[in-house]
Design a protein around this ligand. Structure first.
Ligand code: FAD
Length: 317
């Protein structure tokens, strides 16, 4: 089932979880186990993040510098299909511009469609660690709008090669990312929102937000989107803080602020257990407030940790 249909058919807020794919060389057991622990909360769909291979640069004996892959994860197609078929819950694989040519993306989408996956989240991805700016592949999509356009073309049966035979339409429901505190490369929130509107007009059917720790930022973002003429559902992304160093790591990586009260409470914590307690309580407060505001779906970034997510879900349901 498509995410927009799930949301539109439900009168109440639905719940969804986002999981990280395992590293190569591991089987699906750990991921399956995480999902099994969350089944009692009736997740209506599950997102699976996608990660580019990670590289480093190594000096060879002849003095030349060689780029080599240092980290790989199993492919999005395999993970998404295995979860959807095992649990019967719609899976939303994340599709990235970064690291993929348009042709490779077309192959991934053909495979996903064949395997019964109806949903994708279309994202640009970040630059590699050693790059200052995002660099698309030659013949790759340069931003999420171009990726959404490619998916929208496939929905109409328009493949990259116009001479392709059997050009059956691939009917995906496409979500995109939105940033209540603006994307870090955007000069200001208004410009970011103009691009968001273009991305939605290209065919995105809903938006999932970056994590935020002050619900007012989400409500204000939704209001600004509506004023800008963006009418699709806007799903809040909730990230429960689980370890102490997230006090500084989350703002650094995700370019978001932690409210003063939360930061002060975390600063008083002596270890990860205390930080997790504070983070869980804060997330429960946020989640209850969002559900009271009847948000379409509450999307929890789990990062594979389930005990805090279970506490949050029990408090909200
Ligand atoms: P875009 O929408 O392309 O925007 C990127 C920047 O370009 C913005 O500053 C925007 O204002 C600007 N822009 C957009 N269109 C144009 C244009 N036409 N001309 C000029 N500028 C433009 N990353 C991963 O690697 N894997 C994941 O699985 C993953 N999942 C995510 C899930 C969610 C819900 C979110 C919020 C983020 C996720 N990310 C993931 C991170 C995401 O890839 C980064 O935030 C990335 O930097 C931007 O992606 P985007 O799709 O928002 O990009």
């Amino acid at each position: 089932m498509k995410v927009v249909d799930i949301i539109n058919k439900s009168e109440k807020t639905v719940f969804s979880f986002e999981l990280l794919p395992p590293l190569k060389g591991t089987t699906g057991d750990k991921l399956y186990n995480t999902i099994e622990q969350l089944l009692e909360f009736d997740p209506k769909y599950i997102n699976i993040t996608t990660h580019r291979d990670e590289f480093d640069f190594h000096q060879r004996e002849d003095g030349l510098i060689e780029k080599r892959i240092v980290r790989k994860r199993p492919g999005t197609v395999a993970i998404a299909a295995s979860i959807q078929h095992k649990f019967g819950i719609p899976v939303v694989p994340h599709i990235l511009c970064g690291g993929f040519t348009r042709s490779e993306t077309e192959h991934v989408l053909i495979d996903l469609f064949f395997l019964g996956i109806e949903n994708v989240l279309a994202l640009r991805g970040d630059g590699l660690k050693n790059e200052t700016m995002f660099k698309p592949e030659p013949n790759g999509n340069r931003n999420a709008t171009e990726l959404v356009q490619q998916i929208s073309c496939l929905k109409e049966g328009r493949y990259l090669d116009p001479d392709l035979k059997n050009n059956t339409p691939l009917d995906f429901c496409t979500g995109v990312a939105g940033y209540p505190e603006k994307h870090f490369e955007a000069p200001n929130l208004e410009t970011d929102m103009e691009y968001l509107k273009i991305k939605v007009d290209a065919g995105a059917e809903y938006i999932v937000t970056q994590m935020f720790f002050d619900n007012q930022k989400y409500y204000s973002f939704v209001e600004k989107c509506r004023t800008a003429g963006i009418t699709v559902p806007i799903i809040p992304g909730l990230k429960p803080i689980a370890v102490l160093n997230q006090l500084t790591v989350l703002p650094k990586i995700f370019h978001i602020d932690l409210p003063k009260d939360l930061a002060n409470e975390l600063k008083r914590c002596k270890n990860n257990n205390e930080a997790k307690e504070v983070g869980t309580e804060w997330a429960i407060f946020q989640a209850n407030d969002l559900v009271r505001h009847n948000v379409p779906s509450l999307h929890v970034y789990t990062y594979g940790i389930t005990d805090n997510v279970k506490d949050i879900m029990k408090a909200v349901l």
